[in-house]
Ligand binder design. Structure first.
Ligand SMILES: CC(C)(COP(=O)(O)OP(=O)(O)OC[C@H]1O[C@@H](n2cnc3c(N)ncnc32)[C@H](O)[C@@H]1OP(=O)(O)O)[C@@H](O)C(=O)NCCC(=O)NCCS
Length: 181
């Protein structure tokens, strides 16, 4: 693995949205959120979004939302461009995202991930996210998604003793669903 400089992590500005849409399309293809939808989502939730960049370009982002229950946050989409994957950027971006949502008084963070996406699942598990249920056919036939949840402020004492995460998956109030695969 070649050494890359660490990313700069920062909040998202409106003129970053086009690049985020490109990264969405690269990571999620037809499930990716397009530029116009990002603009609509940005107005209410933009301060929760994060990106990772270096001197060359923006290479990673997380699009995050607040649920109807204001203590619940959603990571609706997150990706690192393949040119920067496997260099620790995903971990840094996820930590910055968790910190940002915590700063905005969220106590539970949820996301949906494709059960076959082992890399992403492992990343989330390493941060303490646990499996809190599966949604069959979430994006249509044969498109299940696993709901993963992280309860903040309750450090896991041991891998065998998990905190109870309230199960309110329907609290996700944003239309259009998530793009996380
Ligand atoms: C998931 C994703 C964000 C990880 O980003 P990344 O920058 O490559 O992740 P990191 O380099 O920080 O590595 C995180 C962990 O994943 C592992 N990993 C990363 N890429 C991997 C690969 N291709 N194969 C196996 N393990 C991999 C790392 O070894 C590390 O695990 P470890 O801490 O146990 O060693 C990135 O792969 C991605 O954007 N994937 C496509 C979009 C996606 O799936 N988003 C998440 C949807 S919910």
């Amino acid at each position: 693995m070649n050494e890359l400089p660490s990313p700069r992590l920062r909040g998202v500005k409106k003129n970053d949205l086009r690049r985020i849409a490109e990264l969405e399309a690269k990571a999620f293809g037809s499930y990716g959120v397009i530029d116009n939808d990002l603009k609509v989502m940005f107005d209410p939730s933009g301060p929760l979004w994060m990106l990772a960049e270096d001197d060359e370009a923006i290479w990673g982002y997380s699009v995050n939302l607040r649920a109807a229950d204001p203590t619940v946050g959603w990571i609706a989409g997150m990706a690192i461009h393949p040119a920067r994957q496997r260099h620790g950027w995903g971990q840094l971006l996820l930590q910055a995202t968790i910190d940002r949502l915590h700063d905005y008084d969220m106590r539970v963070i949820r996301l949906l991930v494709k059960p076959s996406n082992k890399v992403a699942r492992r990343l989330y598990e390493n941060f303490g996210f646990i499996d809190t249920g599966e949604r069959d056919n979430h994006f249509g036939p044969e498109e299940p998604r696993m709901l993963m949840s992280l309860l903040l402020d309750h450090p896991v004492a041991s891998p065998r003793i998990r905190p109870e995460v309230p199960a309110d998956p329907d609290a996700f109030a944003v239309t259009g669903g998530t793009t996380c695969e």
